[in-house]
Ligand binder design. Structure first.
Ligand code: AMP
Ligand code: MG
Length: 334
C-alpha cells in the first residue's frame, strides 16, 4: 500500500527549456512514496514549480504515517488523547470522512491496523488469518474519528493512514499554487493522479491517458482542462500469497480482505483532487452497483469503471471526453 512512507524527498530533475515560447519547465520529485512529475508553462512556471515542490515536502512531513512526529504519527501514538494538527491534516480528514459517510464506510482511513497486518506498509506481505482480521477490525471505524477545529482524536488502539487521499489533496495544493502564480497551463502527475491546470499552451485540451489495469498500454485518452483525473486500481500494488492467490492493496473494511467486488480499476474525473482520490478508492471497494448508486445519489463527479470481466462502464460526462482505444465496449450509466 501507499502508506505514505515518504522516505527521503529527492529533487531529481529541473529542466527548464529556455528557447520555446512560452517557457516550459519540468520537474520530477520523489515524494509520498511515489514519483511525481510537474510541467508548467509561461513566465512564472519555474517559481510555481519551486513553490509546489516545497509544498509537497511540507505535506509529506505533516501526513506521513512513518514519520513519528508528523500529524498522523502523533495521532497514531496519542493513546486516545486529542492532538492538534495542521489545517491541511484537518481538511484532508474532513474530506475523507465525508466520502466515508457517502460510501457507508467503503473508504475508511482507520483501516491502517489491517493494512499493516497484510504487510502493505512494509512490503513484508503475508495473508492474515480470519480471527486476526476480525480482531483488528474492531479497531476500524471512521465514525470514531473526532475533529473539532484542528483538534483530532481517535480511540486508543486505532490508527489512521491517509494513503487513499493524500496525493489527491497534494494535487489540489499544487494546482492552487499554479493558479496563484498566474500559471495558466500546467499538467502534474502525482503517481498516476493527474491534475491539469488550464489547457495546453496552444489552447487545446490536455490529453490524459487512462491506464489499462490488464497490462496493456492504456485504455484511451481523456481530453480535459482544469480538472483532476484520479485512478485506483487493483493492479497498482499486489502480491501473491503462499496459497498462490493474488492480493491487492485496497481493503474492504467490511471484511478486512482486499476488495473483490468485480472492479479492476476506477477513474474519477472532477474538480477536487482530494474528493476524486477519496472517491476512486471508495468506488473500487463498492463495486459496479454500489459505485453507480453513489454517483446517482451524490453526483458532482464523472467516472469510468473497469470490470474484472473486461467491460467499461462510465457516466455520460466521462464518455463525452473519452476516446476509447481499447477493445472493450463502453456502456453509459444513466
Ligand atoms: P488509492 O490508490 O488512492 O486507491 O489508495 C490506496 C491506498 O489507500 C492503499 O495503498 C492503502 O494505503 C489505503 N487504503 C486501502 N484500503 C483502504 C480503504 N478501504 N479506505 C481507506 N484507505 C484505504
Ligand atoms: Mg484514492
Amino acid at each position: 500500500m501507499k502508506k505514505l512512507r515518504f522516505s527521503a524527498l529527492l529533487f531529481a530533475a529541473l529542466l527548464c527549456g529556455c528557447s520555446a515560447e512560452p517557457e516550459k519547465c519540468v520537474r520530477s520529485i520523489y515524494a509520498m512514496d511515489t514519483l511525481m512529475s510537474l510541467t508548467a508553462y509561461g513566465d512564472n512556471a519555474q517559481e510555481a514549480l519551486d513553490r509546489a515542490a516545497e509544498r509537497l515536502a511540507e505535506l509529506e512531513q505533516e501526513l506521513s504515517v512513518t514519520i513519528p512526529d508528523s500529524d498522523i504519527g502523533r495521532l497514531n501514538s496519542s493513546g486516545g488523547v486529542p492532538v492538534t494538527v495542521s489545517d491541511d491534516t484537518a481538511e484532508i480528514l474532513r474530506a475523507a470522512l465525508e466520502v466515508s459517510a457517502q460510501s457507508r464506510g467503503a473508504l475508511d482511513v482507520t483501516i491502517y491496523p489491517v493494512l499493516r497486518e497484510w504487510g502493505f506498509t512494509t512490503g513484508e506481505y503475508s495473508v492474515p488469518d480470519s480471527e486476526t482480521l476480525a480482531e483488528l477490525l474492531e479497531n476500524v471505524d471512521y465514525t470514531r474519528v473526532e475533529i473539532a477545529g484542528n483538534e483530532v482524536s481517535i480511540p486508543e488502539g486505532f490508527a489512521v493512514d491517509l494513503g487513499a487521499v493524500a496525493k489527491g489533496y497534494a494535487s489540489d495544493c499544487a494546482a492552487e499554487i499554479m493558479r496563484s502564480c498566474g500559471v495558466s497551463s500546467a499538467v502534474m502527475n502525482l503517481g498516476g493522479n493527474v491534475c491539469v491546470t488550464g489547457s495546453k499552451p496552444d489552447g487545446s485540451p490536455w490529453k490524459v491517458a487512462v491506464a489499462d489495469p490488464f497490462g496493456g498500454e492504456y485504455l484511451g485518452t481523456l481530453s480535459v482542462s482544469d480538472c483532476f483525473v484520479i485512478t485506483s486500481g487493483k493492479y497498482e500494488r499486489c502480491f501473491t500469497g503462499e496459497d498462490g492467490r493474488r492480493y491487492h492493496h485496497i481493503i474492504d473494511p467490511a471484511t478486512g480482505y482486499p476488495s473483490e467486488n468485480g472492479l479492476s480499476a476506477v477513474t474519477v474525473l472532477g474538480e477536487s483532487g482530494v474528493e476524486c482520490d477519496a472517491l476512486s478508492t471508495a468506488l473500487l471497494v463498492l463495486g459496479e452497483e454500489g459505485a453507480a448508486d453513489l454517483w446517482r445519489e451524490h453526483g458532482g463527479f464523472e467516472m469510468l469503471l473497469v470490470t474484472d470481466d473486461r467491460r467499461l462502464v462510465s457516466t455520460r460526462g466521462f464518455a463525452e471526453k473519452f476516446e476509447n482505444s481499447s477493445e472493450m465496449e463502453l456502456q453509459i450509466l444513466e
